[in-house]
Ligand binder design. Structure first.
Ligand SMILES: CC(C)(COP(=O)(O)OP(=O)(O)OC[C@H]1O[C@@H](n2cnc3c(N)ncnc32)[C@H](O)[C@@H]1OP(=O)(O)O)[C@@H](O)C(=O)NCCC(=O)NCCS
Length: 156
């Protein structure tokens, strides 16, 4: 991971962040981005949902964001996205680490997520952070790609 991670600001998302979150979303998931209504619905579902945004110093807009569903002893990563201009600097790992903290604070003991089988970068990130394969959902995506369900046990 690069050392160039210091000057970013991570904070809870607010309604005002939605346009900038959408810009990150469209750049990160060009094929199937969430739309504005989807993001409004996610933020409307707080506090069960927890969203965090990251902005690097001197950049307009946002550089990444991530969301968690926290209910009971299992939390779900809803999304994790870093703008292409800001990748490879540790931001994705920072956001994921923040979700783990939020999950722990909410009393969760494990975190689940789904990732496309062909998403090598994300798979490497999750494997390095202790995620293990739970099961494969075959041809889960419209493209015919499999979804991998991964789980991480949170330390006490
Ligand atoms: C996946 C994603 C969030 C990673 O964000 P990022 O800020 O670039 O990630 P980081 O710089 O924190 O790197 C974290 C890890 O990802 C992996 N990684 C990052 N860039 C990589 C690259 N170009 N090639 C291979 N692995 C890479 C590495 O394992 C890295 O850990 P390391 O630096 O300790 O080796 C980002 O690529 C993204 O937004 N992708 C599109 C959306 C997406 O796929 N989201 C996940 C959906 S489940």
């Amino acid at each position: 991971m690069s050392e160039d991670v210091a000057p970013e600001l991570m904070r809870p998302a607010t309604w005002r962040d939605i346009p900038a979150m959408l810009a990150v979303e469209r750049a990160a998931f060009p094929d199937e981005p969430w739309d504005e209504a989807g993001l409004w619905a996610e933020l409307a579902s707080r506090p069960r949902r927890a969203y965090v945004v990251a902005a690097r110093e001197g950049h307009d807009g946002l550089d990444g964001y991530a969301g968690l569903d926290v209910a009971g002893d299992v939390a779900d990563v809803m999304t994790l996205a870093v703008h292409p201009r800001s990748r490879g600097r540790g931001l994705g790992a920072l956001l994921l680490g923040r979700l783990h903290e939020l999950a722990r604070d909410a009393g969760a003991t494990s975190v689940l997520l789904e990732v496309r089988s062909g998403n090598e970068v994300a798979r490497r990130l999750y494997a390095a952070r202790g995620y293990e394969l739970v099961r494969t959902r075959e041809r889960y995506y419209r493209s015919g790609e499999d979804a991998l369900v991964l789980r991480k046990e949170l330390d006490a």
